[in-house]
Design a protein around this ligand. Structure first.
Ligand SMILES: *Cc1c(COP(=O)(O)O)cnc(C)c1O
Length: 424
């Protein structure tokens, strides 16, 4: 008689074998991005004194400017704004939207309904206090095709004389659709610029950094933003966000972060900037580990009969692994099990709850060192059909495996999943 541990071990090893060649593909991308980051550090002549924090107005923190230039090099842009004062990815994106858009302008989403928290920022579908819509910016969106791809022609035709910015969300967010590869973004931006060169192409790059060899800003995107407690923070940055792009637009975002006329030399961070430098340095490796963990997870959960996206063999442009769990009970149980396989708060039972910025209740597993960090292993999902869980991050692929094994074990113990059939 075989016990559950033996069966799970067998399925783990099978998934390792089945996904080996796909995980190996990550190595080449990872090395390319390691090289890119190292060269940026060398060119910027990063030194110990760049790490020093300050007080008061924050003048004399010499690392800030170097940090900006470092990100600009890695993302292939003219300029960057990288600050722990940016509280989240949503905040970084908000700086770009409010910095660039003026009353009477139109924002056009090329990727359908934006990420949950951005709907509040835009004021769509419901008007919210101080949202873009309340400021007199109009908003429209072009839906993705039924297969979840960019509708190139639809977007180009939807651009009106008032359209100032096109918003492209690279990652799927909480949607059951493929993420948008950099090559597709390149194609779209090329098509938009050919007819409407004045339109600002903006990318929400959350979860996408360093997953491919090129970033969207290397293929024509004007402005882009993301979070430092996701990919580019390498799992060690305690807080912050970044904006990269053309100098003109980065300056506009900076004027929203602090105040018009203050520039970017202000803003003290007494703890200093070492972790942000070091986090970027580690990011290519950590993103690679998260990707390999996601590819294995995809193969493992497929072998247990779940529908997954992406499939193990599909190329990736973000670190998210989505899995359809089909019932709210399974969604909650999966997150509870994954939480049990986390290094911090493993004894805590996640419950679905309302969180600021999200319309539906969300259940989240995240036993992470940095609160809410999703480059560390985490899983979450809104409690709405198809009750998909979105798994992302992992500081090592081994920890991803252990976490997901905990989740599956818990599903079985709770009667939410049958004892795996050895004959498959
Ligand atoms: C994480 C994320 C954001 C921003 O979320 P924060 O929690 O505010 O950092 C925006 N868009 C997408 C697609 C995301 O995944």
């Amino acid at each position: 008689m075989v016990n559950l541990e033996q069966v799970l071990n067998l399925f783990r090893r099978r998934a390792e074998d089945a996904s080996a060649s796909y995980r190996q593909r990550v190595d080449a991308i990872s090395l390319h991005n390691h090289h890119k980051v190292l060269e940026a550090f060398r060119k910027m002549r990063v030194s110990d004194h760049h790490f020093k924090g300050g007080t008061g107005y924050g003048y004399g923190e010499y690392g800030k400017d170097t940090l900006d230039q470092l990100f600009a090099r890695v993302f292939g842009t003219e300029d960057a704004l990288v600050r722990p004062h940016i509280v989240s990815g949503t905040h970084a994106i908000t700086l770009c939207l409010f910095g660039t858009l003026r009353p009477g302008d139109e924002l056009l989403s090329a990727t359908g309904t934006p990420y949950d928290t951005l709907q509040k920022v835009i004021g769509f579908p419901h008007r919210t206090l101080n949202s873009l819509v309340e400021w007199g910016v109009t908003y429209r969106q072009v839906e993705l095709t039924s297969e979840g791809y960019l509708d190139l022609q639809g977007v180009v035709e939807a651009v009106s004389p008032r359209t100032r910015m096109v918003l492209i969300q690279r990652s799927r967010g909480y949607q059951w659709r493929p993420s948008i590869p950099v090559a597709s973004i390149q194609e779209l931006v090329g098509a938009i610029k050919a007819k409407h060169p004045h339109v600002v192409c903006f990318v929400d790059n959350c979860y996408g950094e360093l997953v491919e060899e090129r970033e969207p800003t290397e293929v024509g995107v004007d402005l882009m933003a993301g979070s430092l407690i996701k990919n580019p923070g390498g799992g060690i940055v305690p807080a912050g966000g970044y904006v990269v792009g053309k100098t003109k637009y980065v300056k506009m975002a900076a004027a929203r972060l602090f105040a018009p006329g203050l520039g970017t030399a202000v803003g003290a961070w007494p703890e200093g900037y070492r972790q942000i430098f070091q986090g970027l340095f580690l990011a290519p490796h950590v993103v690679g580990e998260a990707l390999k963990g996601a590819i294995w997870t995809s193969a493992f959960l497929t072998s247990l009969g779940f529908e997954v996206s992406p499939k193990p063999w599909e190329p990736r442009t973000d670190i998210i692994q989505a899995v359809r769990l089909e019932t709210p009970e399974r969604l909650v149980a999966f997150c509870r099990g994954l939480q049990q396989g986390s290094p911090v708060d493993s004894h805590i039972l996640p419950e679905p709850s309302g969180i600021p910025g999200y319309a539906d209740q969300v259940v989240m597993a995240g036993g992470t060192f940095i609160q809410g960090s999703s480059i560390e292993l985490s899983a979450d999902g809104p409690v709405r059909p198809p009750y998909a869980v979105y798994i992302q991050g992992g500081l090592s692929q081994e920890y991803v495996k252990l976490g997901v094994l905990h989740a599956v074990r818990y599903l079985i113990e709770q009667g939410e999943l049958q004892f795996p059939d050895l004959s498959i």
